[in-house]
Design a protein. Structure first.
Length: 527
């Protein structure tokens, strides 16, 4: 038995051994060694629980105070500590390097090395001081072990509380993927709620093959500690389908082999994204059909009038030719053909319109504010790509209107897209699209204002004409389609400019049934 200072050993045992947390044990050990041996620096390398290598971070105490350093830092004797770990295997023999002022030895309990400790001071330790250092190292090893057992029990209790929350899916597993515990929320995500006994023993069995290399690379990152960044991945469900999830993972502590993964179910978000894409596709289809309808209407308007005139004049010519003064048969045949061709042209145009109008409009009570918000949400990705900020200023308790939901969404969407395109030449910080709603008597008014350079006088006059456009690309049908939709709802669409020259497209729709409309005055359109 080595001769030790009894008073000092009692004080050390109380200061170090009474701690029930690892941090307290480390702090007390470093302080005791620093004071007892008048050291320049004392430190501790922590061993992996399975042994064989150090954890990434070491602890030291010097005149600069306590510090955490990566084990490869120049101020740490990593080479000597590694030699101690590999050769002594729990031996309490002091390792003395070429410089006797640096002493390094293992801190072991029950044959397991839990740490390697060192002392550096101007002169060598005396034999009595070496004995005291061995005692301190042994005391630190035992205290570290006890503190870890205590913290593991507390951690298990805390993990149990977290698992029982069921706010997120949580699965506790160990290196290699073996599942230790999983909460009810995780079971529901992977479809094993009520079938817990059939849950695979390993996360690997729940992972599709294409995700396995990614997961292996992420698990390797645990060697660096900390929390893994979020990752969108998939788990196999019990029925073989796939559950889209967002996961992050961490170790329970630096020494633990156990990991905990937090799982957020993205199924609802994926369904919402699919619904949004379907809505965008439906709006795009409505846009194409409405544009073609408007184009056919424009053609009908432009061609039917002269065709009907040809029919009328041709019929009159036949009547005149049949009176007293006879005319040649060839003239009559030509005029009759003219009449027939005129009727045929009209029938062709009517056929096109009939083909495009597959069903009647579906009118229903609508909240225009909600329709604006839904449409803006659909086109928000386009705004982000265009670096445009959308600002909503919607009146509270706006009365309902009656209309076709899809057509009105197309109306608002066309105005939003028109505004986004109008600001393409501005710097991103100047791009602002403002959408406002208000009640004007028995009318509900919506304005879409962009911060672009505005329209000229000629463009303002013709902006709603079919095939008229101020853009290098496009057919010029978007705003004419908007006009048709508004008119079909017994409303009005117009354009205005503010003092800064910015353009605002406004439309007003009646609050009441189109059968009982109040008169639409010019004053409402200028507010």
């Amino acid at each position: 038995m080595e001769n030790l200072d009894l008073e000092a050993t009692i004080a050390w045992t109380h200061a170090i051994g009474s701690n029930l947390n690892v941090e307290g044990v480390v702090r007390s050990f470093l302080l005791a060694a620093m004071q007892r041996f008048r050291a320049r620096q004392v430190g501790m390398f922590f061993c992996d629980p399975v042994g064989g290598h150090f954890l990434p971070e070491a602890r030291i105490l010097s005149a600069n105070g306590p510090e955490r350093l990566p084990i490869g830092a120049e101020r740490l004797p990593l080479a000597l500590a590694s030699d101690v770990l590999q050769t002594t295997q729990g031996s309490s023999q002091v390792a003395v390097p070429t410089d006797p002022s640096l002493v390094c030895l293992p801190a072991a309990t029950a044959g397991n090395v839990v740490a390697v400790v060192f002392v550096a001071r101007p002169d060598a330790l005396t034999p009595a001081e070496q004995a005291e250092f061995r005692f301190l190292a042994s005391l630190a090893a035992t205290s570290l072990h006890n503190a870890r057992v205590h913290e593991a029990a507390a951690r298990q209790s805390h993990v149990r509380e977290v698992l029982n929350t069921n706010i997120l899916g949580i699965v506790v597993w160990e290196r290699g993927g073996r599942i230790l515990e999983a909460n009810e929320a995780f079971m529901k995500i992977v479809g094993y709620a009520g079938h817990e006994s059939s849950l695979p023993a390993s996360l690997d069995a729940l992972t599709p093959d294409e995700w396995k290399p990614v997961i292996r690379n992420r698990e390797a990152q645990f060697s660096g500690g900390g929390v893994l960044p979020p990752l969108e991945r998939e788990f196999f469900r019990r029925d073989g389908s796939r559950a889209p999830v967002l996961v992050t993972a961490t170790r329970l502590d630096e020494e633990s082999l156990q990991r905990v993964t937090f799982v957020l179910d993205l199924s609802e978000r994926r369904r919402a994204e699919e619904d949004l894409e379907n809505a965008r596709a439906e709006l795009a289809h409505v846009s194409k059909v409405t544009a073609l309808t408007a184009l056919a209407g424009s053609i009908a308007h432009e061609i039917n009038q002269p065709l009907m005139a040809i029919v009328a004049y041709g019929s009159a010519a036949i009547r005149w030719l049949n009176k007293e003064t006879p005319n040649v048969d060839e003239a009559r045949d030509s005029i009759e053909r003219l009449v027939l061709e005129g009727h045929r042209a009209g029938a062709i145009i009517l056929g096109i319109l009939s083909l495009l109008k597959k069903h009647a409009e579906r009118t229903e009570p609508l909240d225009l504010n909600a329709l604006v918000k839904t449409t803006v949400q659909i086109f928000q990705p386009d705004a982000v790509r265009s670096k445009v900020r959308i600002q909503l200023d919607l009146a509270a308790q706006l009365p309902q209107i009656v209309g076709d939901k899809l057509q009105l969404q197309q109306l608002i969407g066309n105005l939003v897209v028109n505004g986004l395109e109008a600001m393409a030449g501005l710097t991103p910080d100047a791009r602002l699209l403002s959408i406002c709603s208000a009640q004007r008597g028995d009318w509900v008014e919506v304005s879409v204002r962009d911060s672009g350079k505005g329209l000229g006088a000629e463009a303002t006059e013709r902006i709603f004409e079919p095939l008229f456009t101020t853009k290098e690309e496009g057919l010029g049908m978007g705003l004419s389609v908007c006009k048709l939709i508004v008119e079909a709802h017994a409303g009005r669409l117009w354009v205005s400019r503010d003092e800064a020259g910015h353009t605002a497209f406004r439309f007003a729709l009646p609050v009441m049934s189109p059968l009982h409309l109040p008169p639409m005055t010019d004053t409402a359109s200028t507010k």
